[in-house]
Write a protein that binds this ligand. Sequence first.
Ligand SMILES: Cc1cc2nc3c(=O)[nH]c(=O)nc-3n(C[C@H](O)[C@H](O)[C@H](O)COP(=O)(O)OP(=O)(O)OC[C@H]3O[C@@H](n4cnc5c(N)ncnc54)[C@H](O)[C@@H]3O)c2cc1C
Length: 372
Amino acid sequence: MADVTVLGAGAAGLAVAAQLKGRGVDSVVLERGPGVATSWRGRYDRLRLHTVRGLSGLPGMPIPRAYGRWVRRDDLVRYLEAYAERFGLDVRTGTAIERVKPGDGRWSLQLADGTEHTTGTLIVATGYLHTPVVPQWPGLPTWTGQLIHSAEYRNAQPFQGRNVLVVGPGNSGAEIATDLAEGGASSVSLAIRTPPHIVRRSTAGWPAQMNGLLLGNVLPEPLFNAIAATMAKVEVPNLSPYGLQRPTDGLKTRLRTQRYVPLQDVGIVRDVMAGRVKPVAAVESFTPSSVQLADGSSVEPDVVVAATGYGTGLRELFDDPSLFDETGVPLVHGGAAARPGLYFMGYDVTLGGMLRQLAIESRRVAKAVHRP
Ligand SMILES: Cc1cc2nc3c(=O)[nH]c(=O)nc-3n(C[C@H](O)[C@H](O)[C@H](O)COP(=O)(O)OP(=O)(O)OC[C@H]3O[C@@H](n4cnc5c(N)ncnc54)[C@H](O)[C@@H]3O)c2cc1C
């Protein structure tokens, strides 16, 4: 068996395995799911990439033009399947890794089936958005309504005629709120702790991603923040009469301090203005029948969709906490080795898009693993 092991057959794992192959290095890709792109298969039905097709493909094989500018979930899965096929990657599906330990200059992987696999080089690409996180709100265990994480949401059908509170105005939360409003939920509220930075997905054909890409790296933070705030005022109507304030911090500052990407408007602005989605204050706590909000008011939803983010799940995989920062992101990732023979990739959040970023990282990591 190859002595290079990649953990995870998502975009990151497939890209690095293909890059290694191009350098004459065989690797084995271990994937816990039933196929490549497991995380995309499980995402909600209406999801499309919010980064443009041309800047979202992996090295050596562009996403087909036929998939359009904003690639659908199922087409991305098809593309990643074709990518693994095209490069003849050795993907072992149904192989979940539970623990990783160092030993005798190698890495030892404990598989869920109780077996062990050792490898000289380990590339961890298990996803930045790995483990759904739901805050432990006071009173939550006593609440009698239904709670799901956004990762479990597929479409509005099960929620028709029901009052739904979506928590968190990120890209998933806002799009799910729109989906619910269009799909027949009785009422949709969106709980907001920190006002989002809202950008139009594209303006006169020019994608927001390009602004992030071209300006994000060159402009100093205060200038980028000022330009982004001005553009937001021009592009996005003032939603404060509807209960959604403009953010007070800068976009690039929030990216740096919180790994934050802006909210791309695919309907939420329209829905808030039409009263189909009602912004409400942040969730504070639960009672058996209601959700208490930070402004002292309360709502009584039938369902709460927690679009409250993800953890990396890496602390559970590794014994060594010194590999990670307090949020569970590896301190060294995207190129250099974190430890001899150990690499992490896919953990950098940028305004240019994560898929584009992990394509870049796949080249760097492959180069670091194998220098001819
Ligand atoms: C809703 C949503 C929309 C997004 N839209 C965009 C977008 O438009 N543009 C963009 O650039 N980025 C987008 N992203 C961000 C990012 O590009 C994706 O999350 C992308 O899937 C990251 O690829 P990845 O390979 O790093 O992780 P993943 O796709 O999550 O792949 C990780 C793989 O590792 C496997 N795995 C995990 N743990 C184990 C284990 N212990 N053992 C074995 N296998 C394991 C998983 O099953 C999975 O297949 C989006 C993210 C989300 C959640």
